[in-house]
Design a protein around this ligand. Structure first.
Ligand SMILES: Nc1ncnc2c1ncn2[C@@H]1O[C@H](COP(=O)(O)OP(=O)(O)OP(=O)(O)O)[C@@H](O)[C@H]1O
Length: 250
């Protein structure tokens, strides 16, 4: 079966500086895959390349066996990939529920020809309710998203990411800035929403990475130096030297 995501010899330069330097990555269908690496290694750039926000200088990117190199973000989204952002990406003045509903409607193509989708409004409302419940924000249903606590905003953002029903989801540092308790809740949520889907996430918290990922890829200086199970990554001397150091949980 085709992998969910495959990058083959992908390169990306900004001006004269090559940031992604022949990157190869395979994310299998249904796995939870974490990408780790030192600051500035190119993790966010890689995310932008996969989601179409940036164009690769060369190489091929495939989603479920389909070549998506050079496609626009919304075209990639239509093919079943949805991503969250490091910076919270929600409409602060809309309620929690409306944020979710917007995300569902967007995924139905509502933006372009809303009259064609009127009969699907009921489905959209039901889906928004379902996601609301899944992310545990039912009690905050009518609260403007902008006044939610930070961790709740991040949960909403995860809801927005999955609302459209994408089967490949990308999360960029989903637990950044959270307390220990909030992180635990976020991990439980990520585990739940990624059930039956493919997850690729960039994450700095090694507890989260090693607790959640089926496989881990290590990105150093624009290249993947290892892709393996958490156990094998922990034991890999090149990884320890390049990145993990004493951070790896025993
Ligand atoms: N648009 C851009 N123009 C020029 N340089 C860029 C651009 N975007 C990223 N870079 C550079 O590319 C390198 C990789 O950045 P990137 O944000 O992808 O790394 P990262 O691994 O996500 O880092 P962090 O863990 O700190 O988020 C950095 O040196 C950064 O300054």
């Amino acid at each position: 079966m085709n992998p969910a995501i495959a990058l083959r010899d992908v390169r990306k330069s900004f001006g004269p500086t090559e940031i992604i330097r022949g990157l190869n990555l395979t994310v299998n269908r249904g796995e939870r895959h974490a990408v780790i690496g030192p600051n500035g290694a190119g993790k966010s750039t890689m995310f932008h390349l996969i989601s179409g926000r940036l164009q690769a200088s060369s190489g091929v990117i495939e989603l479920k066996g389909e070549d998506i190199t050079g496609l626009r973000p919304y075209e990639i989204n239509r093919r079943g990939l949805s991503r969250s952002f490091q910076i919270t990406n929600i409409f602060p003045k809309l309620s929690v529920y409306e944020n979710l509903r917007c995300a569902v409607l967007w995924s139905l193509g509502y933006r372009y020809a809303f009259w064609r989708f009127v009969d699907r409004l009921k489905d959209a409302n039901e889906r928004a309710e379902e996601v609301l419940e899944m992310i545990g924000l039912t009690a905050r249903r009518d609260t403007p998203a902008g006044v939610l606590a930070y961790a709740d905003q991040r949960a909403l953002e995860i809801g927005v990411t999955i609302a459209g029903g994408a089967d490949v989801i990308m999360l960029d540092e989903p637990t950044a800035g959270m307390s220990h308790a909030e992180t635990e809740q976020a991990v439980a949520l990520i585990r739940k929403v990624s059930e039956g889907r493919t997850l690729i996430m960039v994450e700095h918290d090694m507890g989260v990475v090693f607790g959640l990922a089926d496989r881990i890829s290590v990105l150093v200086y624009g290249q993947i130096i290892a892709s393996d199970t958490p156990q094998a990554i922990r034991a890999n001397p090149a990884v320890r030297e390049a990145y993990l150091g004493e951070e790896a949980p025993a």
